[in-house]
Design a protein around this ligand. Structure first.
Ligand code: BG6
Length: 256
């Protein structure tokens, strides 16, 4: 029955939150890797959750990605959302504009009647360029936001997909392979034990700053992301995280 299905999901949500060591899990029915529309369900839940926790003048850091992008379809200028400032969690990726954090913050802001801050810098920078850039006032203004972010909304990817999307060099792809990278978030690559094995030299929010934020909403689904999700939460997870995922990923983790 419908009731059994729903209560079955609620039981799985509790178990998964326990396994991952986080505050709460919301599971939507389906599997993104089977039915792409499932991503919209994740976006809807995430957007509703954001509306319930958002408070006046909160700052919200968001990463890019298709899953985070799915929130925008369900946003409207409600009382709690219109005073927010959406901040791009990272500099722009050299590829697909529509999925970049910079693009999403402006779309979210226009949907909610809110404010936004972008960070227009390449993701891959030389050490020297990086050190110079972070001193620049326009960059520093956004970087200072990262120290007091009220809500973080982020995606989680598989290391393979993300390395390809970022056009990483053969040498980097080989290294990620050798070190058995499985998951990626915020530009950090993790192995199955949750160890950070590589980090792209980038301007963006640091993992330590993410962990200091009182609210974290992670959005990632699909059976193919199960290992990536587990890897990301394996070591010292941010306990305040709410993960919004689908049955595809949830079942793959729970059945292990
Ligand atoms: C990227 C983030 O924009 O989106 C990554 O920078 C994340 O950290 C990725 O892993 C997830 O993308 P998607 O499309 O699978 O939701």
């Amino acid at each position: 029955s419908m009731f059994q299905e729903v209560s079955g999901l609620r039981t799985k949500e509790k178990k998964l939150a326990e396994i991952l060591g986080i505050k709460k899990v919301i599971i939507v029915p389906g599997d993104i890797n089977v039915d792409a529309n499932t991503q919209m369900l994740i976006g809807k839940e995430a957007s509703e959750y954001l509306t319930t926790i958002a408070d006046k003048d909160f700052t919200v850091a968001i990463t890019g990605g298709s899953t985070v992008a799915a929130l925008k379809n369900f946003m409207s200028p409600s009382k709690s959302l219109s005073t927010l400032t959406f901040v791009a969690a990272r500099g722009s990726l050299g590829n697909e504009m529509s999925l970049q954090a910079n693009t999403l913050v402006s779309k979210f802001a226009s949907k909610c009647g809110a404010d936004f801050r972008t960070l227009y810098l390449p993701e891959k920078l030389s050490e020297t360029a990086f050190m110079t850039m972070i001193q620049e006032p326009v960059v520093k203004e956004v970087l200072d936001f990262y120290d007091h972010i009220d809500i973080v909304i982020h995606g989680i990817g598989t290391s393979k997909e993300m390395a390809h999307r970022r056009d990483s060099s053969e040498a980097i792809i080989k290294m990620l392979d050798e070190k058995k990278a499985v998951g990626e978030a915020f530009g950090y690559y993790f192995d199955e034990a949750g160890e950070i094995i590589y980090r792209i030299n980038t301007i963006g929010i640091q993992l330590q700053q993410v962990k200091k934020s009182p609210h974290i909403i992670a959005v990632a689904g699909g059976s193919l992301k199960a290992k990536a999700i587990q890897a990301y939460f394996k070591k010292e997870p941010a306990h305040q995280t709410i993960l919004i995922t689908d049955e595809g990923a949830a079942n793959a983790i729970l059945e292990k």
